[in-house]
Every structure is written in C-alpha cells, then in structure tokens.
Design a protein around this ligand. Structure first.
Ligand code: CLF
Ligand code: SF4
Length: 412
C-alpha cells in the first residue's frame, strides 16, 4: 500500500523552502531551465543570459526539454535527499513558456511527492494561469513587481508583447502593471504563498519602494525581496550600456529599511541562475557569531534615531558585523512608558524589552533608569550616544567599534 502523506501546513511549507525562510538553509532547491522565451524586455536584461529578475547574468544556461529536466531532477534528488524545492525561473519567463513549464511541473509531480514546486514570473500572463498553477500543485510563487507607477516603470521596460501586439512606452508600463496587479490578486485569492522581487535601480525604483511595500502588505504578500540591479556593460543590457548603475550597500540598506516598515524583507537571496542547484548556505567566509551582533533602534521612520525608549512603538532590528550592516526587520512593540507616574519595576520583563532581548544593544534618544537596569540585567546594552543622528551612519560607527575576529592565518 502506498504511504499516506499528510498535507503540509503553510508553516511547514515555509520552513522547508530555503528562499522563504532563512532558517531553511539546510534544504536545497533546483532550478530547471526549461523556459527560454520572454514576453517583455526589461532594460536590465540581455536575453543571452538568464532572467535578471531571478538570476544573475552569467554563463548562458543550457536549456533543457521537460523530459531532460525531469531526468536531471531525478538524478540529483538521488544524491541530494535534502532537495526540497523545484523551481522554474527562466532563463526567460516561466509563464511565457506555458507548455514547457506545465509539462515539467506535471512530470515532477509524477516522480516525487517530496518536493515543493515554485515558479517565478514577470506577472504579465499570471492571471490567465493561476488556476493551472494551483492544479499543478504550485504553492510558492514569485512575481517581479518593480513599481506601481507607470511613469517610473516606463524607464524599466523597452516593450511588452501582449495580446498579439508589441507595446512600448507608457502604455506598455501601464498595461504591465495592471496585469501584474490583477495576477497578484488572483494568486493571493487562490492561496498561493507570494514573494515579490523588486529590482532596485537607484533614482528609479527606490522612489516608490515604500508605496509598493504598503501595497504588498495589503495584498497579503508573504515576503519582499529587493534585489540590487546588476549592471555590467559586459552583459550588454540597455542599462549596462547606458551606464545606469546598481545601488551601493547604503542605498540597498535604505530601501530595505523603507520597505521593511510594511513588508518582511528577504536579505539572503543569492540572485541565482536559472539552472542553480543546492542550498543557500551562508558563504564560508561569513563572520563568526562572536563578531556579529544584533542592534535594535528606536526610530519613527527608520532614518533618524528619534525616539525615547519609553515612547517607541517599533524597533528596527539590524545585524551588524565587521563586514556589513544588514537590516532584518521592523518589530512593533507595546510602548514601555504608559504615562503612569512611575515606570514598571516589577520582576516581569516588560514587553518592549522582551521583544528585543535577542539584541546586544538598543539605540534610543533617552532611556529611563528602570528600563535601563532591566535591559542591562539581561545583557542588552542601552546606547544613547547617537540621539537624533542618522540611523545608518550610527550603525556604521557601532560597526567600527566591533572587535575584529582574527583570521585563520593569524591564529596559531
Ligand atoms: Fe527558485 Fe525563486 Fe523559487 Fe527560490 S530562487 S524560483 S523562490 S526556488 Fe531564491 Fe534564488 Fe533569490 Fe530567487 S535565492 S534568486 S529568491
Ligand atoms: Fe529578462 Fe526576466 Fe525581464 Fe524577461 S522578465 S526581460 S527574462 S529580466
């Protein structure tokens, strides 16, 4: 008798998908490159390379037929039992190649009930295929949505091909956004677990990133992945050839902070290729835990440290190491100070402190004696030296104070 598998819960689906959960790094994913064509032309893409929305332009992928793709999956799954996700992410657009995409998904379902199916798309044809995706057993869906503003989007796309016509300019931008929003809503209503990718182009998509994040939240999108534009003239993209640059680390951090007000941010994306396989394990040169700390910041807007600890209703959480400052999330808290005559000095840890107790430091404008002592007692160091200073600059000053872990060569 065949084994009966219980249907995984949403929490289990997230916990076994290395892109949707950073804690799922022990699980591997494979991309099957079965989708060569695309129905739009992004100015950051050169068709000779993989889809820039879900992969890093690099060596041209070897296209596979659905039959060969399944053979590849079976061979790798045998050697890699932790392979839990099969994705179709190009090298063009999965839904611009519906026959190949759905033939591959169906065949994978026939040979394995131990993997989750994942699709990435630019969203132009998504609404037409939501039911098919559900029928094919797809639960995880990524849509690249760069902006909701057609006047911004017109800089990003050279053309779209829709209903038998090539459309350019503002009309193309408007049509694409309308179709993306309709597809996203249909997918959300159908219960698909949604992730949105946004390519960060300084001076372009960063202009509307906060509004986009508000919209994603209202549509129940689970995760937002802001990906830095990769713009190398050698890749031959329109942006690369015209000198449109990608964001620097500070610009990327700023964008994630702004969008992080409303949306959980993905920060472990590897911008992988359309034929990638393996885990998203942290790179071997990543710092040791000893040289990495978490810092909580009391700020209203994520730009300036402008909140008294007792009045803060949200803390911005960062991971600070000697090599980088990484935004993790924005946590809402119950305000510590309830405008009573005296602060709460009971033994119970106040919610505002309990919420950030995994952090090593908390930055605020001021902090009362009672919460200061309660924080120190659990190893959370209050810091008020950066009151009213810009948040990212302050974090860099904290970074500069971190002890440098000796490299292996220095350890005898
Ligand atoms: Fe692939 Fe994308 Fe599915 Fe992941 S990738 S289709 S959701 S299985 Fe992951 Fe790669 Fe980043 Fe994509 S690290 S580029 S987010
Ligand atoms: Fe390239 Fe992907 Fe944009 Fe299509 S959707 S043009 S493959 S980046």
């Amino acid at each position: 008798m065949a084994a009966i598998h219980s249907i995984p819960t949403i929490a289990e689906r997230i916990a076994q998908h290395p892109c949707y959960s950073e804690q799922a790094h022990q699980y591997a994913r494979i991309h099957l490159p079965v989708a060569p064509a695309c129905n739009i032309q992004c100015n950051y893409c050169n068709r000779k390379f993989d889809c820039s929305n879900e992969s890093r332009p690099g060596v041209v992928s070897k296209l596979l037929s659905p039959a060969d793709a399944v053979k590849r999956f079976v061979a790798i799954k045998e050697r890699m039992p932790n392979l839990k996700v099969v994705g179709i992410a190009g090298p063009g657009d999965a839904l611009a190649n519906p026959n190949k995409t759905f033939a591959t998904l169906k065949a994978i379902q026939e040979v394995s009930d131990d993997v989750q199916l994942c699709i990435s798309t630019n969203g132009l044809q998504l609404e037409d295929y939501v039911d098919d995706l559900v029928d094919a057993g797809v639960h995880h869906l990524t849509i690249t949505l760069n902006t909701l503003e057609p006047t911004i989007a017109q800089y990003l796309y050279a053309w779209i091909y829709y209903q038998g016509k090539r459309i350019t300019g503002l009309e193309a931008a408007q049509t694409l956004i309308e179709r993306q929003v309709a597809g996203l809503r249909a997918a959300s209503e159908a219960g698909l677990l949604l992730k949105v990718n946004t390519v960060l182009v300084p001076g372009v998509t960063d202009q509307s990133i906060d509004k986009l994040a508000q919209f994603l939240k209202s549509e129940n999108v689970f995760l937002h992945n802001i990906m830095p534009l990769i713009s190398d003239p050698a890749h031959g993209t329109a942006f690369g050839l015209h000198g449109i640059r990608g964001p620097n680390d500070d610009e990327l951090l700023e964008a994630r902070i702004q969008a992080g007000v409303d949306m959980k941010q993905m920060t472990h994306c590897q911008q992988c290729r359309a034929d990638a396989v393996g885990t998203l394990a942290p790179s071997p040169c990543a710092e040791t835990a000893a040289s990495t700390i978490k810092v909580a910041v009391a700020s209203k807007d994520g730009k300036v440290i402008d909140q008294h600890f007792g009045h803060a209703q949200q803390f911005w959480i960062f991971e600070v190491s000697t090599s980088r400052v990484r935004f993790i999330e924005c946590r809402s808290v119950e305000q510590y100070c309830q405008d009573k005559e005296e602060c709460d000095t009971s033994d119970d840890l106040p919610a505002a402190i309990a919420t950030i107790q995994d952090c090593a430091q908390v930055l605020s404008v001021r902090m009362g004696m009672a919460p200061w002592q309660q924080a120190e007692a659990i190893g959370l160091q209050p810091v008020t030296d950066y009151a009213y200073q810009p948040l990212t600059e302050s974090l860099k000053k904290i970074q500069a104070l971190l002890p440098v872990t000796p490299s292996l060569a220095e350890v005898s």
